[in-house]
Design a protein around this ligand. Structure first.
Ligand SMILES: Nc1ncnc2c1ncn2[C@@H]1O[C@H](COP(=O)(O)OP(=O)(O)OP(=O)(O)O)[C@@H](O)[C@H]1O
Length: 350
């Protein structure tokens, strides 16, 4: 396992720059997710790390070695693809042996022992003589993982490896990935557009937006302290509103339209801003009519989720999403007041 450092990495296709100067440091043994909407450059960045795309500028350093100009086979990196990319006519064991043979690692006995150990680690040693088509999607992806870890790479790259799996298998494989990471300690870079997956698997999440890093942080940091409107809206279901921040005595308040005021705990300046708050931080209470200065609306939609109920409340400021306990039950059309604890409201630059 090694550190990975990207220094002002850029990539253009023709005249279009798709990676616009990315600086990033990844610690040895870290599990890092590259997260972002479709087309933001996640896969391009991963392919540049693997050496499958050449960077148009900047430097990629693995350990203490600059790899920017090295071909893929000289980087000691393994990559797992969404499509598994197993060799169909080879057995499971031969698929896992393949990278050891290609790199001429060890003699035949050692290769076999290492391949069987990798298969054992992902719980598929009993299927070593099967062909890929005789396996489920989840099993095929586990073989691809065994093939990736068997040469002891410095870095493991995973490009949306779970997106072809159904929900149940995906959940199982997420657990598998966490435990594989714990056992191998490999520096792992995982591409996903699924924010829940990124938050649940990673030590660190790198949120990308249109070829640039929007925010980097531990999952809890990104969830609880988004720094920009984009981060707030991409991570978790968030309500975001333009406001004018003023001072009311010693306290800051966010002024929405129609004289509605929200008390703020964290503001440090007055002027135009936007506020964001999570759907689970909104409390609903039934009301006959809206009081002055209160945030109020009418339940427009109710979505039953089992352990929670999601309400979409129509307000004069737009729709507000709320996630309530099933004990707080409101009919569609009910008039409700919405309250948000001041410390749950983030103030962001507009
Ligand atoms: N070979 C190519 N030639 C031209 N443009 C490309 C090429 N490969 C990617 N792009 C463009 O680069 C941008 C980033 O693509 P990339 O595949 O890295 O995004 P992504 O974040 O992985 O998206 P997705 O989640 O949809 O896979 C996109 O606008 C894409 O159209």
């Amino acid at each position: 396992m090694r550190t990975v450092e990207l220094v002002n990495v850029r990539k253009s296709y023709g005249h279009t720059e798709v990676i616009k100067g990315v600086d990033l440091k990844i610690q040895a043994g870290e599990f890092v997710s590259l997260l972002g909407p479709s087309g933001c450059g996640k896969t391009t960045l991963l392919r540049m790390l693997a050496g499958l795309e050449t960077a148009s500028g900047g430097d990629i350093v693995i350990g203490s070695r600059s790899c920017t100009d090295l071909p893929p086979e000289k980087r000691n990196i393994s990559m797992v693809f969404q499509s598994y990319a197993l060799i169909p006519h080879l057995t499971v064991l031969d698929n896992v042996l393949f990278p050891l043979q290609m790199r001429k690692i060890g003699d035949q006995a050692e290769r076999r022992a290492r391949a069987m150990a990798a298969l054992q680690m992902i719980g598929l040693d009993h299927l070593a003589q099967r062909r890929p088509r005789q396996l489920s999607g989840g099993q095929q992806q586990r073989v691809a993982l065994a093939r990736a870890i068997v040469p002891s790479p410095d870095v493991l790259l995973l490009d949306e490896p779970l997106s072809n799996l159904d929900a149940a298998m995906r959940e199982k494989m997420q657990e598998e990935l966490i435990s594989l990471h714990r056992r191998t300690g490999l520096t792992t870079i995982f591409v996903t557009h699924d924010q829940e997956e990124a938050l649940s698997l990673s030590d660190k999440v790198v949120l990308l937006n249109a070829g640039r890093i929007e925010q980097v942080g531990a999952p809890r940091e990104l969830y609880n302290a988004p720094k920009t409107r984009f981060s707030a809206q991409f991570i978790g279901a968030t309500n975001v509103f333009d406001v004018d921040v003023t001072k009311d005595g010693a306290n800051y308040v966010a002024n929405l339209q129609h004289g509605v005021k929200l008390s703020l705990a964290e503001a440090s300046d007055t002027g135009p801003a936007c506020v964001s708050f999570r759907q689970e931080d909104v409390s609903l209470s039934e009301t006959g009519a809206a009081g002055t200065g209160l945030l109020a609306g009418k339940v427009g939609n109710r979505i039953y989720l089992g352990s929670r109920i999601r309400y979409v409340v129509d307000t004069p400021h737009g729709k507000i999403r709320c996630l309530s306990s099933p004990a707080d039950y409101f009919e569609v059309g009910a008039n409700v007041n919405l309250t948000i604890a001041p410390e749950k409201i983030r103030v962001l630059a507009r």
